[in-house]
Write a protein that binds this ligand. Structure first.
Ligand code: SF4
Ligand code: SF4
Length: 393
C-alpha cells in the first residue's frame, strides 16, 4: 500500500494538539510489515508526543529487532489471537490446519517472549463460531485464558466477531451463542480479583456510573467517530476503521459529533430498555442488518451481561445505587458531560448516610454540596480494541 509518511507525521502532530488525552495506536492490516525504518519513525513520533507508543499486531513477525524497538519507544503491544490450537483457525493460514497450528504456536511463543522481556502485552480475542459456539469450545478457550494468566497475562478484550460480508458472516455467533459465551467467561473469570478481561470490568464500571468506558456504549456518531479517529495513508483524517466496511473510508463529517441516531433509538428499538443509559444502542458499525442507524446486533449479549453483573452487584450490596436504578435519568451521557454523576455507594458512606449499611434501610444526610469533581466526557472513551486492551503487567 502507498502512503505518505510525511503527511502522516504532520497529521499525528496536528491530532495530538487538538485531542490531547487520546492515544495513538498503529493498526493494520499488519503494521509490522511496512518498511522497518518507517515503522520506527512512526513509533518514535508516538513516543515523542505521548511518552509511549502502541501497535496492534498478529504477533507472527515479532523478532528481537522489533522487541528492541518496543523497549526503546515504550510500546504497548496488542496481539490478536483467538485461542490456541484449532481455536485460532481463522487467523494465519485458515485453509491449512498444519500451517495454522505452527503459526499459532509461533504467535503464542512470541507473546510469552515479549512478556518475559518486559513489554506490555495485551490480547484481543475475537469470539466466533470456531472458538466460542459450544461449551466444549468455551472450556478450551477458558483454559487458554488461564494459561495466559499463569504467564502473568491477566487481561485483554473478548470482542464479538461480526461482519456484513457473507463469507465472513458465517463465522459470526448467533445472539444466543454470543450471550452464552460472554456469560460463561464472565462466570468463570470472576473468581480472579486481578483479572481485567473486557468487557466484564467495563460493565461493572458503567453500572456504577463512572464515565462510559468503551466507545461502543457511548453514543458514537458513525460519521464523526469520537472514540477513534484514523489517519489514512495519505495523511487525511478518517473515522474509526469499523466504518470502512463498505470498502471505502469516510472522511470525517466534522469535528462535532451529532446524536440523531440516539434520539431515534431511544424512541424505537431501545425504548424503555433498563440499560439504555449504559448502552445507548451500542456501536453503530454493528447495527442490525448492516445499517448503522439500527441498534447493535449484540443487544442480547449486552443485555444479558448487564443483567448478570447487576444481579451480582445487588446480591452482594443490596443498597448499591446503579445507573440502571434510575429510569428517571433522561440521558446519563449528558449528565456526565455536565459534571454530574450518580453516587453508587452513597448509602454505604458515612459522609452521606446516617448508619451506612450495604443492606439495611438507611437515612440519608442532607447534602448541600453538589458534585465538584469533573467527570470524563465521551472524548475520553476508549475505542475498545487497542490501548485499552488491558496491559498484562
Ligand atoms: S468501534 Fe467505537 S468508534 Fe468505532 S464505530 Fe464503533 S462505537 Fe464508533
Ligand atoms: S441492551 Fe439492547 S435494547 Fe437496551 S439499549 Fe442496548 S441495544 Fe438497546
Amino acid at each position: 500500500m502507498r502512503y505518505d509518511l510525511q503527511k502522516i507525521l504532520e497529521s499525528m502532530e496536528q491530532m495530538h494538539k487538538t485531542t490531547r488525552g487520546n492515544s495513538f495506536c498503529m493498526h493494520g492490516g499488519e503494521c509490522t510489515l511496512i518498511p522497518r525504518g518507517d515503522f520506527e519513525t512512526i513509533l518514535k513520533k508516538m513516543y515523542e508526543l505521548q511518552g509511549q507508543s502502541a501497535i496492534q499486531t498478529n504477533g507472527y513477525t515479532i523478532n528481537n529487532d522489533l522487541i528492541r524497538l518496543f523497549k526503546n519507544y515504550r510500546t504497548n503491544v496488542g496481539v490478536s489471537i483467538d485461542g490456541d490450537g484449532e481455536l485460532n483457525a481463522l487467523r494465519g493460514f485458515p485453509d491449512n490446519p498444519e500451517k495454522n497450528r505452527k503459526y499459532t504456536d509461533k504467535v503464542l511463543a512470541n507473546i510469552l517472549k515479549m512478556k518475559k522481556e518486559g513489554i506490555h502485552v495485551g490480547i484481543i480475542t475475537v469470539l466466533h463460531k470456531v472458538n466460542a459456539s459450544t461449551t466444549d469450545k468455551l472450556e478450551k478457550l477458558l483454559k487458554f485464558i488461564l494459561f495466559l494468566r499463569s504467564n502473568d497475562i491477566k487481561g485483554g478484550r473478548l470482542n464479538l466477531m461480526w461482519s456484513n460480508h457473507p463469507e465472513a458472516k458465517q463465522y459470526q455467533l448467533t445472539p444466543e451463542q454470543a450471550s452464552n459465551a460472554w456469560l460463561f467467561l464472565y462466570e468463570n473469570l470472576k473468581q480472579y480479583p486481578d483479572h481485567h478481561w473486557q468487557p466484564f470490568r467495563e460493565f461493572v464500571d458503567n453500572l456504577l456510573g463512572f464515565a462510559q468506558s468503551s466507545c461502543s456504549l457511548g453514543k458514537c456518531d458513525y460519521f464523526c467517530t469520537y472514540g477513534a479517529k484514523t489517519i489514512l495513508p495519505d495523511g487525511t483524517l478518517g473515522n474509526c476503521d469499523r466504518t470502512h466496511q463498505e470498502e471505502h473510508a469516510y472522511t470525517r463529517a466534522s469535528d462535532k459529533p451529532t446524536y440523531e441516531r440516539y434520539e431515534i433509538l431511544k424512541q424505537t428499538d431501545c425504548k424503555g430498555c433498563r440499560y439504555w443509559n449504559v448502552c445507548f444502542g451500542g456501536c453503530p458499525a454493528e447495527g442490525v442488518d448492516g445499517d448503522w442507524r439500527n441498534k447493535t446486533r449484540w443487544c442480547e449479549p449486552i443485555y444479558s451481561l448487564y443483567e448478570k453483573v447487576e444481579s451480582d452487584l445487588k446480591a452482594m450490596f443490596p443498597n448499591i445505587n446503579l445507573v440502571s436504578d434510575h429510569n428517571e435519568i433522561d440521558d446519563y451521557f449528558d449528565m456526565l458531560r455536565s459534571g454530574k454523576s450518580i453516587q453508587p455507594f452513597k448509602k454505604m458512606s458515612r459522609d452521606k448516610a446516617v448508619n451506612p449499611s450495604s443492606w439495611k434501610g438507611v437515612k440519608m444526610k442532607k447534602q448541600k454540596e453538589k458534585a465538584k469533581v469533573p467527570i470524563n466526557a465521551h472524548g475520553d472513551c476508549a475505542h475498545g480494541d487497542h490501548t485499552d486492551h488491558g496491559d498484562s503487567s
